[in-house]
Design a protein around this ligand. Structure first.
Ligand code: PSV
Ligand code: MN
Length: 435
């Protein structure tokens, strides 16, 4: 039996001094919500208890830019240690019960064994969320020891041998995911054009669509596949899957198990992401999310740290799409933590995501619908503002307390000094694979 990554007693001890204040906060809010009469405190708490957002394996290590990387120390050396970090996160937040792997960063070919990794994750209480296939950099095991290159694209490449290598890699990732108990594949492609005229837009698109179809046809019956768009980077003139329209066309071309994944950082400035969410949900092709926040581009900043109102409106559209409940999509955080301790950033992000979700749950949807029917713009806005300005944090914290997680996860993380313990165990100069 494995030792728990964080002793539950230490979390309980940390909670003790916060419990009476929390109880007062919950009681006050419950009274207010009862007076409003549309959503009860228990409804929100129950939804929070159920909710989970996956942590990406590449985000438990320090991120970097092309200018530098400043490792935090104690970073996971193996995929098993990444699972351990996610288990620590989940012990504190109660809302991160799965990990999303990225291959080849997390390859578990022999001599490592997927069954062993799955056993390890089971013992830690962590499941495997969507698998991510990486054909945006050369990878000797899929590009014939370096003979083939993804420099000019993977599925969009003019060379059929490169396209086949990319398809085979995706099939391999699906097979690996099956061994781990995952049920989804996310395909984000870097394929595109860096210079006008370099390649034909239509030919590239058709080659990608054909490749995705082949990958789709390898999916087991219970699997889903997500196409993830992004307007630019690393292709700086035109990316093949550049926006939600292309993503939808590609998902439709791939097959019925394919739908679109919305990464919040993958939009041109000022795009109305909540409207995109509504459109994709409307046609039944909204598959998943990558949460992060953005000031200028794909900045991968802490969720909810720049545009919390946008995050709230997105959850509003999700709840609208799920007829009052959050639809069962693939929810994942996708961030790069360049100067923060990665686990601290994941704790803050998870909390911000839960808060936005809880705020969206306390929207008086009947009043909103009535105001919309009456063309009462002021009234409709007031309904949204009332919910957005409700301090729902006690309900989010109460949900954590009820599942044995931390009332104050960041405070508890610092109190148990998890980072220092990992530095002692793993060393101060370990560098996790990933971004
Ligand atoms: C690309 O920017 C992305 O959002 C994709 O989801 C990748 O899988 C991930 O980040 C890591 O590069
Ligand atoms: Mn992403």
């Amino acid at each position: 039996m494995l030792e728990p990554v964080i002793d539950p007693q230490r979390i309980a001890d940390h909670n003790e001094s916060l419990e009476s204040r929390l109880a007062r906060g919950v009681e006050h809010l419950a009274t207010e919500l009862d007076a409003d009469g549309h959503t009860s405190a228990d409804q929100v708490i129950d939804a929070m208890v159920e909710f989970s957002v996956a942590a990406p394996s590449w985000a438990v290590g320090t991120g970097g830019t092309r200018f530098g990387r400043f490792p935090v120390g104690g970073e996971p050396r193996t995929t098993e240690e990444k699972v351990d970090d996610v288990a620590a996160l989940h012990a504190l937040t109660g809302s991160n019960s799965s990990i999303s792997l990225h291959v080849p960063w997390d390859d578990v070919q022999p001599p490592d064994d997927p069954a062993g990794l799955r056993r390890h994750a089971d013992q830690r209480g962590i499941r495997f969320d969507a698998m991510n296939s990486n054909t945006f950099q050369d990878n000797p095991s899929t590009t014939d020891g370096g003979r083939l290159t993804y420099k000019f694209g993977s599925l969009a490449n003019t060379d059929p041998a490169v396209r086949q290598a990319a398809v085979d890699h995706n099939k391999y990732v699906i097979d690996l995911g099956m061994a781990l108990g995952s049920e989804a594949l996310t395909v984000w492609l870097a394929d595109g054009i860096n210079h006008p005229g370099q390649a034909d837009h239509r030919d590239q698109f058709e080659r990608v669509a054909a490749g995705l179809r082949q990958i789709h046809d390898h999916l087991p019956a219970n699997w889903q596949m997500y196409t993830e768009h992004k307007p630019y980077e690393p292709a700086f003139y035109a990316t093949v899957n550049q926006d939600w329209g292309s993503s939808l066309l590609l998902a439709e071309a791939a097959g019925e198990k394919a739908s679109c994944l919305v990464d919040l950082g993958h939009h041109l400035p000022n795009a109305n992401i909540e409207q995109i969410v509504s459109r994709l949900a409307m046609v039944g092709r909204l598959g998943g999310f990558h949460f992060n926040d953005s000031k200028y581009g794909d900045d991968d900043l802490t969720s909810g740290s720049i545009k919390p109102f946008q995050l709230f409106l997105i959850f509003g559209e999700l709840i609208r799409a799920g007829d009052g409940r959050l639809p069962a999509l693939a929810y994942m955080i996708d961030q790069s933590h360049n100067i923060k301790d990665p686990l601290e950033d994941l704790i803050q992000s998870t909390d911000a995501i839960c808060v936005a979700y809880a705020q969206a749950l306390v929207v008086d949807r009947t009043a909103l619908a009535a105001a919309q029917l009456d063309n009462d713009a002021t009234g409709a806005q007031q309904v949204l503002q009332n919910a957005f300005r409700t301090d729902v944090r006690p309900l989010v914290a109460e949900a954590r307390r009820r599942v044995g997680a931390a009332i104050d996860p960041l405070g508890a993380y610092r109190a148990v000094d998890y980072r220092q313990a990992m530095i002692e165990r793993r060393g101060s100069s370990t560098v996790a694979t990933g971004l």
